[in-house]
Design a protein around this ligand. Sequence first.
Ligand code: SF4
Length: 309
Amino acid sequence: MLQQTQASRVAEKFPAFLRRFPSPQRLAESTELSVLSLWQGLGYYRRAKNLRAAAQMMVAQFGGRVPRSVQELQTLPGIGRYSAGAIASIAFGQAAPIVDGNVARVLSRIADRRETTKGKIAEAWLWSTAEELVRSAKSPAVLNEALMELGATVCTPRVPRCGECPLKRCCGSFKAHSQEFVPLSNSAAPRKTVVHHACVEIRGLKIGVEIRPAPGLWAGMLSPPVVESSSVYSAAKLMRERRDIKRIKKFQREFEFLTTHRTVRIRVYQVEFHSGAKVRWVDVAKLNKLAVSNAVLRMVNVAQKNMDA
Ligand code: SF4
C-alpha cells in the first residue's frame, strides 16, 4: 500500500483491510471487487489485484505462508527485486539489499558518483553496493530502513541537510561540495495523453456504472461507461461506439487526471441510456465505498455540478 502512496492515506485504509483479510487464505478466497473496494482511494489498483493473486499463489504453492527467500518472493505477482528485498530483510531479517530512489541517491553521493541512477551499469553498481553494505550489517532491517529514511528526510534531492547527516565524514559529495548535482538527473520519459469520454447518467439518487474492461486503465473497477481513444470524438461517433446510449444530453466539462505515465483527458457527457443497457444502478452517495478510482469520483462530481434537469 505504501508504494507511491502517502502514509497518512494508507493509515486510514490499512486496519480495515487487515481486519477483512487477516491471512493469505482469506485474501485468496475473496472476490476482486471486494479487494478493490477496500483499496478505494489509494490509487495504483494493480497492486491490489497483484496482492490477491500473490495470496492465491501462496496458498497453492507455499502452504499459505509468505515465502522467505528473495528468489521465491520474486515469483509472486507484483513482487520485484525491491519488494522482495524489503520483505526478506525487514520481515525476515535476511541480508537482502534494497534500492529505491532514496537509497540510490544516498549511495551515489557517498561515493560521489557523478552519473545518473538509471541504466544497466548504474543499477548493477547500486545493487552490488547495497548488497555489500547489507551483508556487513548487524541488522539488515535497520540498515535498509535507515538508508531509505536518510534519503527521504536528510539526503533529499534538493538542498540536502548535510550538517545533520551522520554520514558526512564518509560522504564523497559532501567533501567535494558536489551534493546538489549528484546524482545526475534521469531524463523523464515523455508522458502519453489519452482521452476518456465518460458517459454519465444520474437517475434520481442512482448512477449507471459498469466494470471497466481489461486491458485498460482501472480495469476491473467500477465506473460510468467510458470510451477510451487517442483523440477527441464527436458526439455522433461516441453514440456509434456505445450503442446503449439513447441520447447525449450535453457535453459538460473536461478535466485532466494524471497517472504515473499518462495524462488522461476526461470528457464528461451527460447521457441517457436505453432501458436495456447493461449498466448497474448504484447509489451515488455510496460510490466512494465501492471499487472506484479517484478519477471516477471527480468525474461524478463534475457531472453533478453541471447537470441539466
Ligand atoms: S553528507 Fe549530505 S550528501 Fe552526503 S549523505 Fe549526508 S546528506 Fe547526503
